[in-house]
Design a protein. Structure first.
Length: 263
């Protein structure tokens, strides 16, 4: 367990496992490093794998300040890389982590080797927003938990996996941090920055993702020069967990530059 210091002094918790070339795994909005628990070992078997708690989550500091934005989260990742002594790493970001990874690759290009963007979006106004029925279900305290589970996983998976689930929000998340995470993700707009990404890029998305609509995947792949697109049939928002057997091998091959990912 280690802590880096962000530019504003906030402590950023991160953990390192495995060996090989460095790989940073970035979690979704309001979540911490445990987002990756079900699959982290698969990556650590090949790479020196870094996972972190966003500011406001887990064992990181949670300042109630205007420092929660996807570009600033990218600067927090750079602080972690600096503290870990890593000059350049592969980056795999999912959901809000994918939004942060876009800024990391655009604004800190020298730090990014290969880039994987999973179940993410370029942001408003060019991205495709979730539908009104989804927003309504998530806003209702009575239905929000069940709705989020069903957006993350298929009914078949939920019927055979009782949890715990690590994609539903950090267990250590103050109310102010939850609000600020939501605002940071909602305000993300990297559209103009995407053409500046020079890292080889793979865009991955589940075909049945209504939480972050699947239509965002080709938008990203078309906007980022030379990007490849990989769709996971039947995958919902947590495709990387439920469909790990389908998604992880091609991601590993892409990161190892062993094969061309096909849509």
């Amino acid at each position: 367990m280690s802590h880096a210091r962000a530019a504003d002094g906030a402590a950023l918790h991160y953990e390192v496992s495995g060996s090989g070339a460095p790989l940073v795994l970035l979690a979704g909005q309001s979540n911490d490093h445990r987002w990756w628990d079900p699959v982290c070992d698969r990556f650590a078997a090949v790479f020196t794998t870094v996972v972190m708690d966003w500011r406001g989550t887990g064992a990181s500091d949670a300042p109630d300040t205007d420092t929660y934005s996807t570009p600033n989260f990218a600067r927090d990742v750079v602080a972690v890389l600096d503290h870990a002594g890593i000059d350049r790493a592969h980056v795999y970001g999912t959901s809000m982590g994918g939004r942060v990874a876009q800024w990391l690759a655009a604004d800190h290009a020298a730090r990014v080797d290969r880039l994987v963007l999973g179940c993410t979006s370029p942001g408003a106004p060019h991205g495709i927003e979730r539908g009104p029925a989804v927003r309504k279900a998530l806003a209702d305290p009575v239905t929000a938990h069940a709705a989020l589970l069903e957006l993350m996983y298929t009914p078949a998976h939920l019927a055979t996996h009782p949890g715990p689930f690590h994609t539903l929000g950090s267990s250590r998340l103050p109310a102010h941090a939850r609000r600020r995470h939501l605002r940071a993700s909602a305000r993300h707009d990297a559209w103009d920055a995407l053409p500046r990404i020079t890292a080889p890029t793979l865009v991955v998305h589940g075909t049945d993702d209504d939480f972050n609509p699947t239509a965002n995947a080709p938008l990203l792949a078309d906007r980022i020069p030379g990007a490849r697109l990989l769709m996971i049939p039947g995958g919902r928002h947590a495709y990387f967990e439920e469909f790990a057997d389908e998604a992880t091998p091609p991601v590993l091959d892409f990161l190892k530059d062993r094969t061309e990912a096909q849509s």
